[in-house]
Ligand binder design. Structure first.
Ligand SMILES: Cc1cc2nc3c(=O)[nH]c(=O)nc-3n(C[C@H](O)[C@H](O)[C@H](O)COP(=O)(O)O)c2cc1C
Length: 193
């Protein structure tokens, strides 16, 4: 099967269309960010790439903190709206009926509506071109208790997270494996007593 070759472009998906909260509880804002990911396990580090024209850009510059909140597929419209309107003109938190909670390590607010929130502290800002990448340490993670089982395992399958790929939103589907399942040895039958 042939492939058409296009010029280089930002076509990587699915990615989380994260609801990034910034500012403070008193002066909060939220925007949608698709250009995000994990860059290091220890220390846990992430990035968000933000255009300097965004209202949030200034807030993140000032505080050096933000929170990456992962929305559910039920929050699709809210996620799109927060990426269409600017906090300079619209109070998106009020308009979308979002609920803010305190960060445990950062002064940026957490979205109570999202099952997972990563509290982040900026370590470096790098101008790349259209976007500035804020490299950040993940200093705390808040997860909704109902998705954590009795063994402390986080079951994200039940959370119904939202995904984004090439301009379209998707509801994450059926789980089809666990980390390492391709090489996992089958348990031998226990010896008969
Ligand atoms: C799905 C989606 C993904 C987006 N990803 C980014 C991104 O990675 N970086 C960015 O600067 N803007 C991104 N945007 C655009 C901003 O969210 C948008 O300009 C927003 O209105 C900025 O809000 P603010 O002015 O309140 O900061 C995205 C928008 C959508 C809908």
């Amino acid at each position: 099967m042939g492939k058409t070759i296009w010029k280089g472009s930002a076509l990587l998906g699915p990615v989380p269309p994260a609801l990034v909260t910034c500012g403070t509880l008193e002066k909060p804002n939220v925007l949608t960010i698709a250009w995000t990911g994990i860059v290091c396990t220890h220390p846990a580090m992430t990035y968000i790439s933000v255009r300097p024209s965004r209202y949030s850009y200034q807030l993140i510059q000032e505080t050096g903190e933000f929170v990456i909140n992962l929305p559910t597929s039920a929050m699709g419209k809210t996620t799109d709206f927060c990426g269409m309107k600017t906090g300079a003109k619209v109070n998106k938190i009020e308009k979308c009926g979002l609920t803010l909670a305190e960060g445990s390590q950062v002064s940026a607010p957490v979205l109570a509506d999202c099952p997972v929130s990563l509290e982040c502290r900026v370590t470096q800002a790098q101008e790349l071109g259209s976007h500035t990448m804020f490299l950040a340490e993940i200093v705390a993670v808040q997860v909704e208790e109902r998705f954590v089982d009795s063994k402390g395992k986080l079951n994200l399958q039940q959370a119904g997270l939202l995904a984004y790929a090439h301009g379209e939103y998707f509801a994450l589907g059926r789980k089809c494996g666990d980390f390492g399942f391709s090489v996992k040895k089958k348990k031998k039958n226990p010896p008969k007593k």
